[in-house]
Design a protein around this ligand. Sequence first.
Ligand code: PXL
Length: 284
Amino acid sequence: MKRIVSIQDLSCIGKCSLGVALPVLSAMGLECAALPTALLSAHTAFDGFVCRDMQEFFRPVAAHWRALGVRFDAVSTGYLGDPALVELVQAFISDFASPQTPVIVDPVMADHGRLYAGLSPDLPEKMKSLCRHADILTPNITEACLLTGLAYRETHDEAFVRSALEKLLQLGAQTAIVTGVHMRADRIGVAAMDDSGEMSLYETAYLPGVFYGTGDLFASVCAGALTLGLPAKDAAALAADYIYDTLRVTAADPDRRWYGVSFEATLPALIARLGRALGKEEPQ
Ligand code: PXL
């Protein structure tokens, strides 16, 4: 069984970050090690959340894992919370990832044109240096703008998306996948580019609303699929379909939570789709 490490916060309530990476990656058939960057009572959209930075914990954990000889088949990073963590994560990648190990960087910082509550305005600049280590970089549109200097827009055209992808690759990422691309009123999509310079776009129907945690879900599915050997474009399409299924079920859920989506309900469909993408027989 392949082993991936997920480096991001644990929001104790909120269905985001490690709270979705662990169940999703486990369901995909991967062993998922967790390295929490921060511990929050609830994610930062909740009023009055309390947060404990876990930086002091980071080095001793890495040292213990090194002493144990633990190896990872992939490294995935998300919400870091503090610019100082970027350097720790870079050192971790240098220690634990060989040139063949996929490194998936989700530069979690912002959405809908704004940084998440409590984050330092220095974080985007610092995050750029982490992008250099990324085999796959998965910003949403807001994060892509913060990383590239493009002005934030709610709707997009091909030239804008192409320019964002090219600038993200200039930061040193091997493949960039931008989520939340909104080129047509009734569609939402993900756009990807690698060093071939070719842009691909995968769209699903647009469901209006604010849905927390979907970027983390997208990145988790992408990371899992890449670790299992799917090409980046197929991993992005698998993740986009899962998000669409999940939003449809969430929107129809009378018991839905405002702070997160009903991702648990759609895991079986994700696993069936993953099996097909990997060319595996479905269980009878
Ligand atoms: O879903 C992104 C995310 C991750 N971690 C924390 C957050 C958010 C978004 O609000 O607050 C702590």
